[in-house]
Design a protein around this ligand. Structure first.
Ligand code: OOG
Ligand code: NI
Length: 442
């Protein structure tokens, strides 16, 4: 029997290689990593209870390796192959995100690990969006774009071979996995030589900056990487001291005692020199760095409340108004659980044994008497309104017209070649499995 590398190990190697590559390509990202590391260390010093459990080593490790990235694809076939590429690393498409509501002509999914152990090992995710040609209203340009994209191949021949080999063997050997990581990385790397001439670039840009970014290059360069911090307000405050220009405001919920979902901010995209096929030169603004703080995963009821409060008009100052609106969202672990607004994972407290006759109906009293502990399940996904804010802050002011769209999940899944996984069902399963491990005795 040949031994194969585990998908977790390949994902871990890939995410580390990607981070190294991006640190070289975008030195400000290296600075950002340093800042986040310092802020996290200070936070843990000030809050030693954070990962105080005996079994918290994996969580600390997770914090150190955790990040997400994003790419923007041009055509269905690219997305379908990307799905196979990510599957090798144990990453599957979760959730459908419609960005067209915010005037960004893409829809998206996030490829990520789905089971608890893989998430703990390395939760690397890639937000992957697909251009929606049908939202370009200029017919001539639309035709030109599809011609350019038709001719593009963003994967190396060897990578395609390795995908076939992996499929036939049902795995990759260690040597093949190394080669896979190196070949896959090439798809995500930056090319300063555009695959269009200067005039074409300009016409794409005039339609929408995003279209220029997707169509003008040989590959879907990784456009940002995002480490996870325990204190995003501190990172946001300190960025200028590190010569990093932060986005004006943090996306997502306001600061709270119990963090929920996801808060994100970024630094402004770099303006980079590029050369066109006619040898003329220009500048392109696409690549940036982002930071995020993750909190409790919300149930559909919690999410509905979040969405409602986020959309509520704010009085006066935006940040203060948002905080005032969110006063209606319980900010206490016990209350969040009692009102079933979030998902929790349960386990027996250290040294505790479950009474003989105990059943799920007694969950609350077993928590009250300290037999069982409830811990918040971390949100692993993304927020479309935040994502649109991140897109817009880095694409600069809107140019041209991107038709306001409507979601089209079916078309996205046809391009992908499968249905996306429902995020709520994953969190529900996690909670359920933790209860089953306590109560379903043989
Ligand atoms: C993706 C923006 C979405 C996030 O963290 O919400 C995203 C992009 O700009 O391509 O990464
Ligand atoms: Ni992001």
């Amino acid at each position: 029997m040949t031994r194969f590398s585990s998908p977790d190990a390949i994902r871990d190697a890939f995410s580390k290689a990607m981070s190294l590559m991006y640190q070289q390509e975008v030195p400000q990202y290296r600075t950002l990593l340093q800042l986040v590391k310092e802020v996290n260390a200070r936070y843990l010093q000030a809050h030693p209870e954070t990962f105080a459990d005996a079994d918290s080593a994996p969580e600390l490790n997770r914090l150190a390796v955790e990040r997400h990235g994003a790419i923007r694809l041009g055509k269905a076939q690219e997305l379908a192959t990307m799905r196979r590429l990510f599957a090798v690393m144990g990453m599957y498409p979760v959730s459908y995100y419609d960005l067209s509501a915010a005037g960004v002509p893409v829809h998206a999914t996030a490829f990520r690990p789905v089971d608890a152990r893989s998430l703990q090992y390395n939760p690397f995710r890639v937000f992957t969006s697909l251009l929606r040609l049908e939202l370009i209203d200029d017919d001539g340009l639309k035709q030109k774009v599809s011609q350019i994209l038709d001719q593009r191949n963003i994967f190396t021949p060897r990578l395609l071979e390795l995908l076939e080999i992996g499929h036939a063997q049902q795995g990759l050997t260690a040597a093949q996995a190394d080669e896979f990581v190196a070949e896959a990385l090439k798809t995500f790397q930056w090319h300063s030589e555009a695959q269009v001439d200067g005039a074409t670039y300009q016409s794409l840009l005039d339609q929408h900056r995003l279209i220029a970014d997707v169509v003008s290059f040989k590959g879907p360069h990784i456009n940002h990487l995002t480490p996870r911090t325990l204190d995003i307000d501190a990172v946001q405050r300190q960025m200028p001291a590190y010569q990093i220009v932060p986005k004006e405001s943090i996306e997502g919920p306001p600061p709270r005692r119990v963090p929920i979902l996801l808060r994100q901010t970024s630094f402004k995209a770099l303006s980079e020199k590029i050369t066109f096929t006619d040898n003329s030169e220009g500048r392109h603004t696409a690549r940036f760095g982002e930071i995020e703080q993750r909190g409790l995963a919300l149930t559909p009821a919690g999410r509905a409340l979040y969405d409602r409060l986020l959309q509520q008009p704010t009085a006066g100052d935006k940040a203060a108004g948002l905080a005032a609106n969110f006063a209606a969202f319980p900010d206490d672990m016990h209350e969040l659980r009692r009102q079933k607004l979030g998902y929790f994972s349960y386990r027996l407290s250290a040294g505790a044994t479950l009474p003989e006759q105990a059943s799920r109906e007694q969950l609350q009293s077993l928590i009250d008497d300290g037999t069982i502990e409830a811990r918040p399940v971390v949100y692993e996904d993304f927020l479309p309104v935040s994502a649109a804010g991140i897109f817009q802050s880095n694409l600069g002011s809107e140019r041209g017209a991107a038709g306001k769209g409507h979601p089209n999940q079916l078309a996205f899944e046809q391009a992908l070649g499968c249905a996306v996984i429902d995020e709520f069902s994953l969190y529900q399963q996690l909670e359920e499995a933790s209860l089953a491990a306590i109560f379903d005795r043989p």
